[in-house]
Design a protein around this ligand. Structure first.
Ligand code: CP
Ligand code: NVA
Length: 315
């Protein structure tokens, strides 16, 4: 893997290796405290963030490196400079770039011209760091990935849904999406790509307008904000009506397996995509999920910088 622009950049074997490495770092972080000594990460942000910004910056500090936060609104990008010039200059200073942008094309442009590895830290289209972290969480909670069923409910024309489709299909997890038809369904090209991966891994992809059918016998029930960062605030009421039949509440959770876990990448709105009873209840793993951003991203950064486990693990 040279970049992480989307989960199309990782093979099933690389996903497995990232999860193994992340578990190793989590179990023994002190052994990695110099793993990225002398390395610098540039973090370009065009949208807000809590988890992504803090976990990447902390991850670099804990591995002996340095992270620079750079808000695109403070940059000449898009005003006096194009993405190619930004990429070519930044790549002369730093070892690694992560970026959270609206357009997927901007991540692709950075990767094409920076000359250093580029990580997609969320675009309107994909959120690969989130889903690699989530696969770590699911593997911890369930022991394995292949053959499990993940149900996703709500807004499915969505970065998290798209990356879940690819991540599940690559790892042999079945995915069932319950969402309204039309413009809130996942993008057709992402579904087609996921179906191609699923043919190899043996997983299945179901897209239904019936929330209960999607949740039936699921091992993992997952939802995401109905108001993603790029959605205009004036759409809130209309979207609330559209997605309410897909709210994850106690009644919906009863369709899943009794030991199913509930996940949300956060930020979350109680009373919208899920009830407080679910997100604050015993099946919710959302804070373990948030913590795992740190461990999985450390593994992603080490992998992209081609740091082999043996070369930096102490002892
Ligand atoms: N889940 C996630 O990416 O959170 P932030 O938007 O806070 O980074
Ligand atoms: N779909 C959400 C994910 C937030 C981490 C958004 O784009 O805002």
């Amino acid at each position: 893997m040279e970049h992480l622009r989307s989960l199309n950049d990782v093979s099933p074997d690389e996903i497995r290796d990232i999860i193994i490495l992340a578990k190793g770092i989590k179990a023994d972080p002190a052994s990695y405290d110099e793993a990225l000594a002398g390395k610098t990460l540039l973090m370009l942000f065009e949208k807000p963030s809590l988890r992504t910004r803090v976990s990447f910056e902390t991850g670099m500090t804990r591995m002996g490196g340095h992270a620079i936060f750079y808000s695109i609104k403070d940059s000449p990008l898009g005003k006096k400079e194009n993405i190619h010039d930004t990429a070519k200059c930044a790549g002369r200073y730093v070892n690694l770039i992560m970026a959270r942008t609206y357009r997927q094309e901007d991540i692709d442009g950075l990767a094409a011209y920076a000359g250093v590895p580029v990580i997609n830290a969320l675009t309107d289209r994909h959120h690969p760091c989130q889903i690699l972290s989530d696969l770590l969480t699911i593997s911890e909670k369930k022991g394995s990935l292949k053959g499990l069923k993940l149900a996703y409910l709500g807004d499915a024309d969505n970065n998290v849904t798209h990356s879940l489709l690819l991540g599940c299909a690559l790892t042999g997890m079945h995915i069932a999406i319950g969402c309204p038809a039309g413009s809130s369904a996942p993008a057709e090209d992402v579904v087609a790509q996921a179906k191609a991966y699923a043919q190899t891994s043996g997983s299945t992809i179901t897209i239904t307008q019936d929330a209960a059918e999607a949740a039936e016998d699921a091992d993992v029930v997952y939802t995401d904000s109905w108001m993603s960062y790029h959605i205009p605030a004036e759409e809130k009421e209309a979207r609330r009506k559209l997605f309410m039949p897909y709210q994850v509440n106690a009644e919906l959770m009863r369709h899943a397996k009794p030991d199913a876990v509930f996940m949300n990448c956060l930020p979350a709105e109680r009373g919208a995509e899920q009830t407080a009873e679910v997100i604050d209840g015993p099946q919710s793993v959302v804070f373990d999920q948030a913590e795992n951003r740190l461990w999985a991203q450390n593994a992603i950064m080490l992998t992209l910088l081609k740091k082999s486990f043996k070369s930096f693990k102490k002892s």
